[in-house]
Design a protein around this ligand. Sequence first.
Ligand code: 5AD
Ligand code: SF4
Length: 477
Amino acid sequence: MEQKDQIRTNEIKDITETQKQIAYIEKAGIHVQRLKEELGRTPTCCVTTFGCQMNARDSEKLAGILEKAGYLLIEDEGADFVIYNTCTVRDNANQRVYGRLGHLNSLKKQMPHKKIALCGCMMQEPSVIEKIRKSYGFVDLIFGTHNIYKFAELLVQMFESDDMVIDIWKDTDKIVEDLPIERKYSFKSGINIMFGCNNFCSYCIVPYVRGRERSRNPKDIIREIEALVQDGVVEVMLLGQNVNSYGKNLEETMSFAQLLREVEKIKGLKRIRFMTSHPKDLSDELIQVMKESKKICRHLHLPLQSGSTRILQAMNRRYTKEQYLALTEKIRKEIPDISITTDIIVGFPGEEPCDVDETIDVIKKVKYDNAFTFIYSKRTGTPAAAMENQVPEAVVKEGFDRVLKVVQDTAREQVNKLSGQTLEALVEEVNEHDDRLLTGRLSNNTIVHFAGDKSLIGQIVPVYLKECRGFYYFGEI
Ligand code: 5AD
Ligand code: SF4
C-alpha cells in the first residue's frame, strides 16, 4: 500500500535527541498530510488521560507532538488517532482501560484507517503487554513511560508498519528537553521537576513502572517556567513523585527549598504549587521558604497512607504516627492559613479495625481540608502483594466507610472556616453546570463559584466567600 512506503528523509543521526525527534515530527507530518489528502479533511486525534498530574503533563507532550505533525486535537474518541495514556496505581484504572478498548475496537471497525495507541504506566507491566497482544490485536502502537520522548519516532514506525509496534524499556537515565507541548490551560501549567521514585513503599507499583529518581537540571526548569510566563502562565505546579528529595542526584546538588527560592524570583509568575511531598523528607528549610514566600500557595498535599505506626512500618513509609503528627503541628504553627490534604489507604495487608482507629485519630487531629481515600489494591510484583494476611473485602469496606465519614465531616468543617472572608481566586473556567458562573481556585486549593464574565479567565480576582456548600463556596467578586 502507498501509505506504508517509507518516507525518505536525510539520515537522522549525529544530532541531539531533541533535534532527532523534531525531524521525526516532520516525517510523521508527511504521513498525516497524505492521510489528509485521502480523507479530504484534516485528520483528528484524541488524547485520553488516566491517573495523576504527571500523566496529565505527559499527555500535553503527546498532544504537542500530534498537533505539530498536523493533527487536529479533539476530545472525542471517534478521532482518526486515539491514544490512551494509562495508569496502573490501582487495579480499577487498568480495568477501565480494558473496558474502553472494547468500545474503541467497534469504532475502528467502522473506520479502518483509525489508529489506536496505548502508553503510560500500565504498559510497563509485562502481563499487560501479553494480554493486549493476545486479546486486543487491533491496537497499533504501544510504548511505556521511559521512551515517551520518542513518540514522534514511534508514530512514524506505526505509519510504516502493518503490525502492532511495541517499544517498552525497563528504565532510562535520559531526560529529553524542549519538545513541543500543547497546554490544556493557557494560564496554568504543570512542570516536571523530577521523574521516578526511589521509595519503594511496599504497596506501590510506581517505582517499578516509572523507574529510579532523576531530577531535571534547575536551569532547564527555570528556563521552561520563564517561557511559560512569557506565554501567559501565572500559576505553575511543580511535579514529582517525591518533590522533597529533588536535586539529590544532580551533579551540583540542590534542595527542593532552594529550587523554590529560584522559581519565586521569576517575574510575572504569581502562584507556585507543588506535589507530592513525602513526610519523611519534608525539611524545616521548606517550611521556612513556604512561610516567607509571596507566591507559594497555602496548600500542602502530604500523604499519610495510614495512621498506625505498625502498618506504616509494613508499608515502608519510614515515619511513625507521632512523627507525622509532630510535622503537621509544626507546619500549622508556622503557616496557620495553610490547608493540608492527604492520601489514605484502607485495607493494607494485616490492617485491623484498631489500625483504622489510629488513622481516624490522625484525621481528627490534623483536620485535613480534603483526603483521597483509597481501598488497598494488590499490585503484582510489589512486596505487599506477597503478604499473606490480605484483609477480607467486607472488613475493608467497613473500615473504608468509617474513614470516609470522618474525612467528609472534618473537611466540611475546615472548608467552612473561610466563610465571610474575601480571598484571591485564580479564575479557571466557566462553571460546568451554569454558564453564568465562573469557577476559581483559592491559594489553599478550595474551589469557589461566582458570577462573572469569561474574559476574567486566567486572572486573579478577590472573591467574597459567601456560602459554604460542603467542599466548595459560592461567592461574589
Ligand atoms: N492501593 C491503593 N492505593 C494506592 N496508592 C498507591 N498505591 C496504591 C495501592 N496499591 C495511593 C497512595 C498514593 C496515591 C497516589 O495512590 O495513597 O499516595
Ligand atoms: Fe509510590 Fe511511595 Fe513513591 Fe509515592 S513515595 S510513588 S507511594 S513508592
